[in-house]
Design a protein around this ligand. Structure first.
Ligand code: PEP
Length: 257
């Protein structure tokens, strides 16, 4: 069965000291929670600068360490970029890719994202691939077309074997950091749509095996409704992942369903 995951995207928040404190607190509290790590996963994605130090204070039996991005080239004259090899040597085993903030502020598109995705997979780094429509697209009722395009232009170029190594995060852009969460029905409808696309492209088996996370103002106050939906396998959490208490509550809610 597919894995249920709670992933924390710290974005450009915390310094090394506060980031280490947050990671240690999450790590210590997880030791008291009994869960099968084949069925449930916890991921944290601190800034690049923290990865190595955080890797030393977490137990990778409980927590998977993720970057928030990787470069679209392997190495060379790309000032300011961080390669997949670098995050790997800093202890990360996953990376977020295609977050809407990267797409909007740094011009990431399907062609850059395809390169990044292939590099991550080639290096055994779990990609958490983000997709989602902006508000105007939902208002024009073209959100399904937008998501289908994002999925098919990048993910559907993968072989079935490589596709099975990807986690998808559906994040309606209008819900990210806005406090305006999608209703469980809106999220479920899109997750089911994405799963059906995967079934048509690959197979029912692969569709059932793919983890699809919801992201966008998810918090302990709204997670019950979201996580109880059949196609919502967990969450990519921004704001609420910066407070250990909220992040742990989200993990507990996920473990209940
Ligand atoms: C995100 O950054 O992926 C996210 C979902 O942020 P927030 O939870 O703050 O909306």
């Amino acid at each position: 069965m597919r894995k249920k995951i709670i992933a924390g995207n710290w974005k450009m928040n915390t310094d090394i000291n506060s980031g280490l404190e947050l990671a240690k607190t999450i790590n210590e509290s997880l030791k008291n929670l009994v869960f099968n790590s084949k069925e449930y996963g916890v991921v944290i994605a601190p800034p690049f600068t923290h990865l190595y130090a955080v890797s030393k204070v977490i137990d990778n039996k409980f927590i998977q360490l993720s970057a928030q991005n990787i470069a679209d080239n392997e190495k060379g004259a790309f000032t300011g970029e961080v390669s997949v090899d670098m995050i790997k040597s800093a202890g990360a085993t996953a990376t977020i890719l295609g977050h809407s903030e990267r797409r909007t502020y740094y011009g990431e598109n399907s062609s850059t994202l395809s390169k990044k995705l292939n590099l991550a997979i080639k290096n055994n780094i779990l990609p958490i691939f983000c997709i989602g429509e902006i508000l105007a697209e939902r208002e024009k009722e073209i959100h399904f077309n937008v998501v289908e395009k994002q999925v098919s232009e990048v993910l559907f170029n993968l072989t079935v074997e490589d596709f099975s190594k990807v986690v998808i995060a559906y994040e309606p852009v209008w819900a990210i950091g806005t406090g305006k969460v999608a209703t469980p029905e809106q999220a479920q409808e899109m997750h089911e749509f994405i799963r059906n696309l995967i079934e048509k492209k690959y197979s029912k088996n692969i569709a059932q095996y793919t983890t699809i996370l919801y992201g966008g103002s998810c918090s302990p106050s709204n997670a019950e409704g979201l996580f109880s939906k059949p196609d919502i396998d967990g969450g990519l959490i921004g704001g609420a992942s910066l407070k250990a208490e909220d992040f742990l509550k989200l993990i507990e809610i996920r473990l209940k369903h």
